[in-house]
Design a protein around this ligand. Structure first.
Ligand code: DQA
Length: 146
């Protein structure tokens, strides 16, 4: 069976995972999370492109690439979750299955994090499970793709 291509996109400051507020985001680095995702993606028959950028425009370019060249998208937009109408528009414009992911439970945090402007443009949201959320998101995406 041919592997289906998917994108896992990570936004600003997620390159700092492991060192950044570990009491909130955990001690795994993004490379650790990518490694765990690699194993899970293979199990699920998915060929994964895992990326991180701090730049909003680049994240939008990659969402467009995912829409054109892949069968599914998982995105942790970082703080752009709460601010970026441009990212909402980019997600709205693509028709592949898409999941928004947060390590932390954004609904149990500061008021300004409780609203996601991007969530209305995706199929589902996973939040609050730390790095394991990425594995749950891969399984959920596979379900959506079937
Ligand atoms: C985050 C939550 C956001 O509010 C925050 O700005 C992040 C990470 C998370 O994964 O929990 O950078 O998306």
């Amino acid at each position: 069976m041919a592997m289906s291509a998917i994108y896992v996109l990570n936004g600003p400051n997620l390159n700092l995972l492991g060192a950044r507020e570990p009491e909130i985001y955990g001690e795994d680095t993004l490379a650790d999370i990518e490694k765990r995702c690699d194993g899970k993606a293979k199990q699920l028959g998915l060929s994964m492109d895992f990326r991180q950028t701090n730049a909003e425009g680049k994240l939008i370019d990659w969402v467009q690439d995912a829409g054109a060249n892949s069968s599914g998208l998982i995105i942790n937009p970082g703080a752009y979750t709460h601010t970026s109408i441009a990212l909402f528009d980019a997600l709205s414009a693509i028709s592949i299955p898409k999941i928004e992911l947060h390590l932390s439970n954004i609904h149990a945090r500061e008021e300004f994090r409780r609203r996601s402007v991007t969530a209305a443009a995706v199929d589902g949201v996973i939040a609050g499970f730390g790095g394991a959320g990425y594995l749950l998101a891969l399984e959920a995406l596979k379900e959506l793709m079937n």
